[in-house]
Design a protein around this ligand. Structure first.
Ligand code: 13P
Ligand code: 13P
Ligand code: MG
Ligand code: MG
Length: 371
């Protein structure tokens, strides 16, 4: 059958700062999706990563379906009410618009969605990250889908060897969806030139060149462009189908061992290593470090298996220690240089205000004078 996977994620409030949602908040989101989704969706699963709640839904209504998006929106609104009632921090943080207008895209929540004809075996992964931005997935996707050093499946598998079509969005553009398509392997230098800039160019989707099938759908929300000011980082969600003409599950997971530095650590204004964590993990050190979790599923006729926590394995304990060391190393230099984001990407205005005020105190020393 043709199935649609819709994954929508939002921060509607968290305990003790930006740590994690409350049990009551999660329960009301779950209850709303289960009750109102009856007859609309086939199956669903709830997860959270840091302070972000993710709802995965399966159905046969295609992408951008108004009723399915409204269901998630209503569930997040119900969660917001609980957050207010419990005094949670940032209640309704990602509910940036007052009214639902047919689709949650552009309203605040992050969306990853794909429709496809189910294969007889249909494995896929749902990634959810906190304290970072959609471009955090750029490097792992490049390495899994375009670099045989990280994924020898690209040369081992005749289907994977045909390469992939990347669709990349310029998320700085606010007039509309500005996208470009690049083909691997022939365009990899152009691809790298774009994907190095995680804040501006974001992988939106990847398709197989062997059969045209969709492998990846990733969110491209930029909250700042919706709200006009900082309201929290655009903590991203992504769906990845695996095996056969796509990379194997392990080839998708492997690049996450790098724990590459991403934006979004503390106040969305610092860089830090992306730590692969178990599902339902909170954040702690310096409101971080940035974290990513991954649930693995199989699906048949839209019915999901139980999720398997892909980063719950002894190997990733070692990786987490490495990420902690990297987080410590970058935090040792405080505000200095690359530890903090550049002035245009800072999520708070305090530094700009200081620089504006100091501007008047600067003087130009007369030529020839030694002060
Ligand atoms: P199996 O031989 O266990 O099916 O594994 C194939 C594969 O993709 C491993 O990476
Ligand atoms: P969130 O975007 O996860 O709410 O984090 C905001 C923040 O500034 C944490 O320091
Ligand atoms: Mg928050
Ligand atoms: Mg968050």
């Amino acid at each position: 059958m043709k199935v649609t996977l819709t994954a929508i994620k939002a921060d509607v409030g968290s305990i003790g700062g930006h740590i994690c949602p409350s049990e009551r908040l999660l329960a009301v989101v779950e209850e709303t999706v289960a009750q109102r989704g009856d007859g609309l969706i086939i199956d669903h699963e709830l997860n959270y990563t840091g302070d972000d709640v993710a709802v995965l839904m399966t159905h046969d209504r295609g992408v951008d379906d108004e009723s399915v998006h409204r269901l998630a929106w209503d569930a997040f609104l119900a969660g917001t009410e609980v957050a207010k009632d419990q005094g949670l921090y940032g209640a309704g943080q990602d509910i940036l618009k007052d009214a639902f207008s047919g689709n949650t895209r552009g309203l605040g929540p992050a969306v990853a969605e794909m429709e496809f004809e189910e294969r007889p075996n249909e494995p896929f992964l749902m990634f959810t990250a906190d304290k970072t931005e959609p471009g955090a997935y750029n490097l792992p996707l490049y390495l899994s889908f375009a670099d045989p050093m990280y994924n020898a499946g690209l040369i081992l598998s005749p289907t994977g060897g045909k390469g992939y079509r990347f669709t990349i969005m310029d998320v700085d553009c606010i007039e509309g969806d500005r996208v470009v398509e690049l083909l691997t392997p022939e365009d990899i230098y152009d691809l790298a030139a774009l994907l190095r800039d995680n804040g501006r160019f974001v992988v939106e989707s990847i398709h197989s060149r062997h059969d045209g099938e969709i492998a990846v759908s990733s969110c491209t929300t930029r909250l700042r462009n919706i709200a006009g000011k900082y309201v929290g980082k655009d903590d991203p969600i992504m769906l990845v189908r695996t095996q056969k003409s796509f990379p194997a599950t392990g080839e998708i997971l492997a690049p996450f061992e790098i724990c590459h530095h991403v934006s979004g650590f503390m106040r969305g204004s610092h860089i830090g290593p992306l730590m692969p964590v178990k599902a339902r993990s909170s954040v702690s050190f310096f409101d971080g470090p940035p974290v990513v979790s991954c649930l693995a599923f199989s699906v048949r006729n839209g019915v999901l298996t139980e999720p398997v926590d892909a980063f719950d394995h002894p190997y990733w304990d070692w990786v987490r220690r490495k990420a902690s060391q990297k987080a410590h190393d970058v935090r040792e230099q405080g505000f200095s240089g690359p530890a903090m984001l550049g002035i245009h990407d800072l999520e708070y205005v305090g530094i700009s205000h200081r620089l504006d005020a100091l501007d008047e105190r600067f003087t130009m020393r007369a030529e020839g004078s030694d002060g």
